[in-house]
Design a protein around this ligand. Structure first.
Ligand code: PLP
Length: 310
């Protein structure tokens, strides 16, 4: 019963009809495309979508189109090409974690309407903190009623370290219960994880204070870092990639930050393109303003020491 209660709570949180739990969002992504799409259908996927979406799409027999990252002209061209198929599904991350950028969902939904397509978003990097009430990218961009399917994780902002789900129209969720292989052929979530996620959703639904504080903290960090002379990729997202370019610089600076008690990770090729090394900072609801200021000070010191700042 606690699993059923959590499914109902997730659907309520996202203002959708129903939800289905998985052991992870990787499983939710692995299970949806094959269950929903046939060889008569088409799926249109952003080229930088998460690996689990790519793998999920690989498992299905639908016709596959890959559009350039957040490129609406290319998406429109591919939607035109895909008119010959029975059903079209546009699949995108709501927020992309490597660059902290947010999918142009308003434009995607407009195109989907024009070319009779469904919209699927992966909200792992949005659920619980993007939008005025933390509902996610669709709330942030005012398209909650236009996105058909949401997959997300209980293992990031919702704090349980595991668990995933699909939420959307009831007939879709009913279909997944009958046909989705990671749901049918694997155990469900451990009860302790269910309890934790359920409590996290209660906190978010009781008040929007946490979501609002995330937006304010994110803005504080991004503004102060930019003023200090750093380039932060993306916009308004608590994932703040500090762009450094050089792989060695990113690695030694991250190490120095760690020595100062600040846990940040350097990313370089092949995780990100060559010459685009960065340190990814993630703002959390438990950070205080003092924590954020201390982090900016440490970055400034370390940046000067290693020549990233004048
Ligand atoms: N989708 C995105 C965009 C992710 O970033 C991740 C995790 O890194 C997943 C799916 C998989 O989520 P989970 O850890 O719940 O399997």
């Amino acid at each position: 019963s606690i699993h059923k209660d959590l499914e109902e709570k997730i659907a309520r949180f996202h203002q959708r009809e129903d939800a289905i739990l998985y052991a992870s969002c990787f499983d939710a992504n692995a299970g949806i495309f094959e269950a929903l799409l046939t060889p008569e259908d088409a799926v249109l996927s952003d080229e930088l979508n998460h690996a689990s979406i790519i793998d999920g799409i690989r498992l299905c027999k639908a016709n596959k189109y890959r559009y350039k990252h957040m490129d609406m002209q290319d998406l429109e061209a591919k939607l035109k090409e895909a008119q010959k198929h029975r059903l079209r599904l546009v699949a995108t991350d709501g927020a992309f974690s490597m660059d902290g950028d947010i999918a142009p969902l308003r434009e995607i939904c407009q195109l989907a309407q024009k070319y009779d397509a469904l919209v699927f978003i992966d909200e792992c990097h949005a659920t619980g903190f993007l939008g005025p009430n933390g509902r996610g990218t669709d709330e942030l961009l005012g398209v909650m009623d236009k996105v058909t399917i949401i997959n997300s994780t209980l293992g990031k902002a919702l704090g349980g370290a595991a668990g995933g789900y699909t939420t959307g129209p009831k007939p879709l969720i009913d279909l997944l219960r009958q046909r989705s292989r990671p749901y049918l052929f694997s155990n469900s979530l451990p009860p302790a994880v269910v309890g934790c996620a359920s409590k996290a959703l209660d906190l978010l639904m009781e008040s929007n204070a946490i979501a609002q504080s995330m937006a304010a903290k994110t803005q504080r960090f991004r503004t102060k870092m930019t003023a200090a002379g750093f380039t932060i990729s993306g916009k308004d997202h608590p994932i703040c990639p500090v762009m450094l370019g050089d792989a060695r610089l990113a690695s030694v600076m991250a190490e120095d930050m760690l020595n100062r008690g600040i846990y940040v990770i350097g990313f370089s090729y092949p995780v990100v393109p060559k010459g685009k090394a960065r340190i990814r900072v993630q703002i959390s609801a438990v950070h205080s303003d003092e924590d954020i200021d201390r982090c900016v000070e440490a970055f400034t010191e370390v940046g000067r020491k290693h020549g990233a700042l004048p």
